[in-house]
Design a protein around this ligand. Structure first.
Ligand SMILES: Nc1ncnc2c1ncn2[C@@H]1O[C@H](COP(=O)(O)OP(=O)(O)OP(=O)(O)O)[C@@H](O)[C@H]1O
Ligand SMILES: [Mg+2]
Length: 354
């Protein structure tokens, strides 16, 4: 549905291209999440799909970006409006009219549709986005999530095949973000819309993505894969992925729910590790209570070197990261937790990295 062929973008007054030699294919009907550090060129890539780059931003785009076969360099955003809908972070910046219903109708005006077709599309969109009860409300009186849904609705009445969203939940509270993400999922699942979205709040969106595209650094080639594949190496990732990487879980958790499922094995390993630590401290206390006479120039063992504690700490981290199948490191080491009963549970809980 969206193709980038050797695409580079250089803004005026800059000494190197923001995007360089991008080759990328985004299939129809998928929800694709674009991630990368701030300033890496995510909005630029999205703008190249909607035509805002270079038509509104200036700069030079070389190579070819096509959406549904239409070249975005030779078609201005207005000529792509029936194919690509664009929504930004701030819905208020998007609105042209004052009420919900007027805003939904406005997006179609340039398409020259018959009045009854326009009316039908407004009704469909009000229903699809759960906005029917708000139809007469002044937009300024709506919540952030409701406003963002109106912004999405106002581009949907043109029946675009592709929706491009630049940080659509960044300015919203968690409940409003959930509303917006539920709408996006419905569009992908029920209407087969292709959704390409950049978002910094990865903890909110990564679990809904079919594919993730990572721009690792300015001018670097994109890395594409499943959310788990890309999150395993992405410099930007949600806290739950950081935990999964640290604990060596495979597959990586993408949500708190995934992490809770994987945490059963981790809890058992932490309990083992805590028991080992207790044992190590008890031993060092016993040694401290019965000090051996120090040899000349030596400290009493176990007293203040902290070496017993250091060894136990290292053992703790080894236990945390150890594969259950790895043989115990030495006599007296705790046994790994029992493997889970089902294969899928095993897959969810088995750590992959030592
Ligand atoms: N119209 C413009 N003219 C000149 N330089 C620009 C323009 N738009 C963006 N840039 C520069 O291009 C680079 C990439 O910007 P872009 O907004 O695409 O990054 P981003 O990944 O979306 O960042 P963020 O995560 O902060 O939104 C930045 O260095 C930015 O300053
Ligand atoms: Mg941006």
């Amino acid at each position: 549905m969206i193709r980038f062929e050797q695409v580079s973008v250089r803004y005026e007054g800059t000494d190197r291209p923001t995007l360089s030699g991008i080759d990328l294919t985004i299939p129809e009907g998928e929800l694709v999440l674009l991630v990368g550090p701030s300033g890496v060129g995510k909005s630029t890539l999205l703008g190249a799909v909607s035509g805002l780059v270079p038509h509104f931003t200036g700069g030079t785009l070389s190579g070819r970006v096509t959406v549904g076969g239409r070249d975005t360099r030779t078609h201005k955003p207005r000529e792509l409006a029936d194919l690509v809908g664009t929504v930004g972070q701030d819905p208020l910046a998007h609105f042209v009219t004052d009420t919900v219903e007027d805003e939904l109708a406005y997006g179609m005006e340039s398409l020259g549709l018959a009045p009854d077709v326009m009316r039908r599309r407004v009704e469909e969109t009000l229903d699809l986005l759960g906005l029917a009860e708000l139809r007469d409300r002044p937009i300024a009186t709506l919540s952030g999530g409701q406003q963002q849904r109106v912004a999405i609705g106002s581009v949907l009445t043109s029946h675009p095949k592709v929706l491009v969203l630049d940080e659509p939940t960044s300015a919203l509270d968690p409940a409003a973000a959930e509303e917006v993400l539920a709408v996006l999922q419905r569009l992908v699942h029920d209407l087969g819309t292709t959704v390409l979205m950049a978002e910094h709040r990865l903890e909110r969106v990564v679990q809904y993505a079919d594919q993730v595209v990572l721009l690792p650094s300015p001018g670097a080639a994109p890395v594409t894969g499943t959310p788990q594949e890309v999150m395993a190496l992405s410099p930007v990732h949600p806290p739950v992925v950081a935990l999964g990487r640290l604990a060596g879980w495979s597959p990586l958790p993408l949500s708190v729910r995934d992490a809770r499922r994987g945490a059963g094995g981790l809890r058992a390993r932490l309990a083992d590790a805590a028991a080992t630590l207790d044992g190590a401290f008890a031993l060092s206390r016993t040694r401290a209570a019965v000090p051996a006479p120090p040899a000349s120039g030596e400290r009493a063992p176990g007293r203040s070197t902290g070496r017993g504690k250091g060894r136990a700490g290292e053992q703790f981290i080894r236990l945390l990261r150890r594969r259950p199948s790895t043989p115990p490191p030495g006599p007296g080491a705790p046994t790994p937790p029992e493997p889970p009963a089902s294969a899928s549970a095993a897959a969810a809980r088995t750590p992959s990295a030592a």
